[in-house]
Design a protein around this ligand. Structure first.
Ligand code: TMP
Length: 209
């Protein structure tokens, strides 16, 4: 496998979509062959699972069913899109990956981290991102930005306490794996955040020259 796998993570309203564009453009300007994709999703089948997961519904959804669907989508995405792109030597930039499962299903929903780890091993083996950019901001800032957007999906309907737990797990994972994570303070003005993202990418480009 010769490509580089970068994931972008963060809570709601941290400016992930804006920074995804920054990442794509910076890597392309540096001459890299880039594939941008997302989770849950990334293949037609996995996008259908995404629709199922994000649609608001009356009934309570089983946390375990939600967890299994996240990994079902990931298995399809990895096999059909991510691994082939890396094998071609592409730089794959993924809007969320397994850290989101630890944060949302583990932190937010309270599912045991060990159960997630079992599925991670089953679906991914030793496969992990080369680098993960975590856009971090206090929950109230993210939620205020989120409210400016359209109709909330099933996750966006959660309460602030849910997103506090999500943020807590992201930060704990970043602290446990400082060599993989780049934590960027996303509460600053967007130009400063973009500059920090470009700086992080320059370090990665040098490492994987
Ligand atoms: P997005 O809004 O960033 O596109 O992500 C869709 C939602 O899916 C977001 O609220 C986070 C959630 N999610 C999980 O709960 N677990 C996961 O493993 C992934 C990839 C996303």
């Amino acid at each position: 496998m010769s490509g580089v796998f970068i994931t972008l993570e963060g809570g709601e309203g941290v400016g992930k979509s804006t920074q995804l564009t920054v990442v794509r453009e910076h890597l392309m300007q540096s001459g890299r062959d880039v594939l941008v994709t997302r989770e849950p999703g990334g293949t037609p089948f996995a996008e259908a699972i995404r629709d199922l997961l994000l649609a608001p519904r009356e009934e309570a959804v089983s946390g375990q069913a939600e967890l299994l669907l996240m990994f079902a989508a990931r298995a399809a995405h990895l096999e059909q899109r991510i691994r082939p792109a890396l094998a071609r030597g592409q730089w794959v930039v993924c809007d969320r990956f397994t850290d989101a499962t630890y944060a949302y299903q583990g932190g937010g929903r309270g599912l045991p981290q060990e159960e997630i780890a079992v599925l991670e091993r089953l679906v991914q083996g030793d496969f992990r991102p080369h680098a993960t950019i975590l856009l971090d901001a206090p929950v109230e800032i993210g939620l205020a930005r989120m409210q400016e957007r359209g109709a909330p999906d099933r996750f966006e309907r959660e309460q602030a306490a849910f997103f506090e737990r999500v943020r807590g797990v992201y930060l704990a994972r970043a602290a446990a794996e400082p060599e993989r994570f780049i934590v960027i303070d996303a509460s600053r003005p967007v130009e400063e955040v973009s500059a920090a993202v470009r700086g992080a990418l320059d370090a990665l480009l040098e490492r994987h020259a």
